[in-house]
Design a protein. Structure first.
Length: 237
């Protein structure tokens, strides 16, 4: 679904001081689409993203917004992923901001980084069938079909518009959405492996890193964020 034309109220969801100064389009999946997935009652509108600084060097792809109008770019509330990515990039000396605040987002954009959610049309903290305590049936029946539809509706167009030089998928849902656009990506790849691929989508041919969604969750005696940092250290070099 193409994003509709922006309206005056669209800017209110995203407030990176200095980073956002014009209304951005917001995304909706059509009502017909939504009947396919139990649990999606109405299109959870999401005010979209700030204007990127061109050229975009790396697009980070996360999961889904934790609440309507919230998430990575929304500074009025803490966002786990913004906090984690700030910590990772600070340790790698890619930013200098001491907190995941407006200054961090400004540096993030100035560095040519950008962030999008893989799925726009599920605005809850828990995404069906993915993450801790996931139910496989939910993944098959809701999570994967919704990710496929959302990737086709929004993500493909976003990647084309942003024209990034590199793409970084943070965790399983981001990779699942990219696999919907490029089915030959290895279905057995694991985020802790830090594997790289050539992403070939709609005329875009760029390196893709598949790494972990950064968090404190332990895997083989390390925290997931340590895997993310290790993989990104090489990828951003
Ligand atoms: Zn959608």
């Amino acid at each position: 679904m193409p994003a509709r034309a922006p309206t005056a109220e669209d800017g209110r969801g995203v407030r990176a001081r200095g980073a956002v100064n014009q209304p951005q389009p917001r995304y909706e999946c059509s009502r017909d689409d939504l009947f396919m997935w139990p649990g999606v009652v109405r299109p959870p509108e999401l005010h979209a993203y700030p204007t990127p600084r061109q050229p975009v060097r790396v697009v980070f792809i996360g999961w889904n917004p934790p609440k309507p109008y919230r998430g990575f770019w929304f500074l009025d509330e803490h966002d786990n992923l913004r906090g984690e990515l700030h910590t990772v990039l600070l340790r790698l000396r890619r930013v200098t901001a001491h907190a995941p605040d407006g200054w961090f987002l400004e540096e993030f954009l100035e560095a040519g980084y950008y962030f999008v959610h893989a799925v726009k049309c599920w605005a809850k903290a828990k995404y069906p069938g993915f993450g801790r305590g996931a139910v496989p049936r939910d993944r098959r029946n809701i999570g994967e079909p919704l990710a496929r539809a959302c990737a086709a509706a929004h993500l493909c167009e976003e990647l084309r518009r942003l024209a990034p030089k590199r793409v970084c998928a943070l965790g399983e849902l981001a990779y699942c959405a990219l696999r919907a656009l490029q089915p030959d990506l290895d279905p057995k790849a694991r985020p802790t492996e830090g594997r790289r691929f050539e992403l070939s989508v709609d005329g875009i041919n760029v390196p893709l890193l598949y790494t972990s969604f950064p968090s404190s969750s332990p895997v083989r005696g390390r925290q997931l964020r340590d895997f993310t940092r290790g993989h990104l250290e090489e990828f951003l070099a």
